[in-house]
Structure formats: C-alpha cells, structure tokens
Design a protein around this ligand. Sequence first.
Ligand code: FAD
Length: 512
Amino acid sequence: PTLTTRLYSEEDPVVILTSATVKQTLVNSSTAWLVQFYSSWCGHCIQYSPTWKALAGDVKDWEHAIRIGVLDCAQENNFDICKEFGIHFYPTFRVCASQDFNHVGADRELQTVRQLMVNFLQNHTRQDWPVSCPPLEPYSSADILPLIGQKSNQYTAVIVENEDSYVGREVILDLMMYQGLTVKRALSSERSLTEKLGINSFPSAYLLHPNGTHAILHVQKRLRFFFSSFLKLLLGVHRKLSTSGAPQELPVSLIFSRSKVYMADLESGLHYLLRVELATHQTLEGEELKTFKDFVTVVAKLFPGRQSVVKLLETLLEWLVSLPLEKIPFDAILDLVNNRMRISGMFLSDQLQWVGCQGSRVGLRGYPCSLWTLFHVLTVQAASRPDALANTGLEENPKAVLQTMRKYIVNFFGCQECGKHFEEMAVASLPQVKSVDQAVLWLWRKHNQVNGRLAGTMSEDPHFPKTQWPSPDLCPICHEEQDGIHVWNEDKVLMFLKQHYGAANISPKHMY
Ligand code: FAD
C-alpha cells in the first residue's frame, strides 16, 4: 500500500516514518538521520514542505551517510511516539546518529540545513561513523603531492578551497555512491600544493587521471553542481551497483554523441511500438482505438523523419480516418504497414538499432529511452510548427502531444508501473500547461522527476547514470546557483530543448 501523508508521498525522496518504524529505523541505523517531526495541519509545515523535499532531492546521493525522514505528529497513531520524542512544536528537527538525538536550531534555509548536515557528518566521521561516509577532513600537501604523476586504478579529484567553503565536502558526498573516482579536499592555505598545481582561485578542482596525467578541471562555473556533474560523467566512473562487482565493460558500441538525437533510435522506437508493443493487442476498439488514432495523427503530422516513414504514417492515418469501423483487428494494421505500403516505397525499418539509446546489456535503455526521445521531439515540433496539426481536431490544443502520450502510456506502454507513476504526475500538474512551450518544459521536468526517482535503481544502466538533464557540459547556461542551491534557468532550458530535440539536431548516422 502507498504510504501517503498529506504533505509527503512515496514519490518524494524523503523516508516517511511512522510510530511502527521510527525506532527500529533510527536506532542503530548505519546512517545518520535528519528527521522533521511535523504536523499536517500546521501552516509553517505546509509552507516548508517544498523546501524539505528540495533538500531531500539535493542530498539524495548522500543517503548511505545521512538520510532525510518525516514523521506526521498529526496522525493519531503517531501521537504517542511524538510525545516520547518530546516534540512540542512543529516542525521540530532532529538529527540522529545511532542513539544520539540532537535538536537542530530554527534556521531552516536549505543551504544552512545542508551545511549543518555536513558539519554533523564531519564530527561523526572523526569517530569512523557512519561507516560508509567518506573522509571529509582536508588533506595536506604532504598527502596529495606524492599522488601527482602516479598511475592508479582510478581517478582522484582534489578540490582546493578556502576554509569556510563547503563545496569540497559536498562534492565528496555527491560522489560517494560512485566508483572509479575518489574525491579529496585540501585547503587553499596549503601553499606548496597550490603552487605545484598552479591554482590561485578557489574553489578549484584538480584531476589526477589513472594513467598518471593530471590537469586542472575546467568547468564553466566553479560551483558544487558543476564539479559533481563533471566528475559523474567521467569515462570509467559509475554509480556503484547494489549488487557487488564492477559493471561490465560496455560491449562493442556504436560511437555516438550525447549532444545529438539519432534517427535510428526514433525509427527503432516506432518499429517496436507498432510491430511489438501494439501487436500484442489483437483488436483495437473504444478508448484504445481513439488513443491509437490520436497517436498516429500526432506522429504523422509532427514526426520530422525520412520521407518514406512520414509517408507511411500519413497513409496509415488516412486509412484509419477513412475506416468507419469501431473495431480494427491489429493484423490489418500490420498487413498495411508491413506489406501493402512497402510496395509503394513507404517503409519503416524493421531492425532494432539503438544508437543514443544503446544500453550496456539487453534489457537496459533501448525502447523506453526511444519513447522519451520521440515525445520530446514531438513536443518541440508542436512548439516550432504551430500549424502542423491544422485540420486534425488537435490544432487548438497546446497539450495535444502530452495528452496523446499520456493515453498511449496508460493504454499500451508495457511497463504498467511506469504508466501508473506517469498518470499520477499528469493528474497533479498537466492541467497547468497552457502553451506549447510549457508543454515542452513540462515533459522535461517530469522526465527529470523520473530520473531522480530511478537513479541508483535496477533500471539504471551503470554506463549511463540517471542525472538531472541537461548536464552542465551540455548546457552550462541552463544551470545557476541561488543561495547555494542549484536552480534551472528555464528560459535557457527551453531554448536548449528546442535546439537539442529540433529537426536539425537529429542525426541520420547509423541508419540502415
Ligand atoms: P531515459 O530516461 O530513457 O532518457 C533517454 C534520453 O533522454 C537520455 O539519454 C537523455 O539524452 C534524455 N533525457 C534525460 N532526461 C531528460 C529530460 N529531463 N528532458 C529531456 N531529455 C532528457 N522506469 C522505471 O523503472 N520506473 C518507472 O516508473 C518508469 N516510468 C517511465 C515513464 C515513462 C513515460 C517512460 C517513457 C519510461 C519510464 N521508465 C520507467 C523507463 C525509464 O524512464 C527510462 O526510460 C529507462 O530506464 C531507460 O533509461 P535511459 O538511461 O535510457 O534514459
């Protein structure tokens, strides 16, 4: 059953504690905890919940060292436990280490709470706890200098910073779930080190490569998020798997660029969708038939593909519209697509060829990746070509692509859990979309929400870790920092999405 309180749900990156779980969870836990005891009727708590969720998302990668929890003292079955914990006011914050419970002051800015977490961890790591927490103390010149020029089996990044900076410790914690790299910090007062490395502005990061070469790390902005994103994307750096062992080498792979969209992925996705996913439905009728027709309308009008494919989609649409049937056997559709249209040169490849969507093994990436990509391309097309949907009945609707996607996912997408989650997100925020530009941004935002939820889970390909996208290397101007918190510049994100998913950025490379 879904554990939902009024302010927090399982979709949020916080752990929802209850009287039944709180003690066994906190006491003797292998990680520290920061818990907010709140009351769902308290106005402050309601206003504060977005900040708390943002904090939990911001430090999600620290969860093997410290976790974020919530407990609703307004729920009747929690009355006793809140009394036992001596909670008099809401919200009350407690940071817990094993048996040790400390109050946290009233200052509740996200950045200050995050710094408090860092200080708390640093104090405890002096006693070697939590065991998984990496060392947060600064290293001296004498520790670092001998490493320079040495070969190693992994990267070492050294953040050199002023004493009052938190960047080094935050980057260390951001990377704690990753292997192939160690992050250390050193203080700017370590003269022999800064001179040797040629660093004179702080914070800076210096990267020692496994092959013994070394260089200053160039990021567009010297901020936590930029350093962390850069390091996570280094070749050979992977999120640690829950099962032990290093990820396998990427099998022989096609060379591709993360800054391109590949037609091979889009066509392979369409092939899979039409000939595999939909083909499990013997007949289409009612809501399913309507969904299929809308889907074909949207792709026929908006897909910026090869002429043979667009023609096939348009002919399929004409055929569907001309049929007065309330029920269509799917075999008839397959016959049209596979045999009858082929004769007239309309042709959708029946090969699966993943390029930007290739995974490191079967079962990872591939089709779901292509489906996201397809719908991002379609939302961008709808925003760039306002007349494309003329005379389809969808022309007045800025949400036409998203609603079609929503219905497709619910009715046909093989991953039912995914459909359920997507539907929850759509119910909660799709009504607020009022323009084609907002539709582009909505899909980007929701996709990032899914990435956040799936980071570190089984469906993550260790060679393609799920990050908040676009990373700073793809779009530096999309990222900003306000009061120490990463924020998106959404105007710039929109521009980037329109460029990235625009027709001119779709590469025909590796097409059959
Ligand atoms: P994907 O997430 O598939 O992304 C594909 C490409 O899109 C990336 O390589 C990147 O280039 C780009 N991209 C990444 N983020 C964004 C963004 N925010 N905006 C624009 N472009 C972006 N799997 C589950 O296990 N549980 C689920 O609940 C779930 N829900 C899903 C819901 C939908 C609607 C879909 C289509 C898929 C869902 N999946 C779910 C599958 C999952 O999201 C991934 O598609 C899959 O794990 C493959 O991941 P990937 O690494 O190829 O990247």
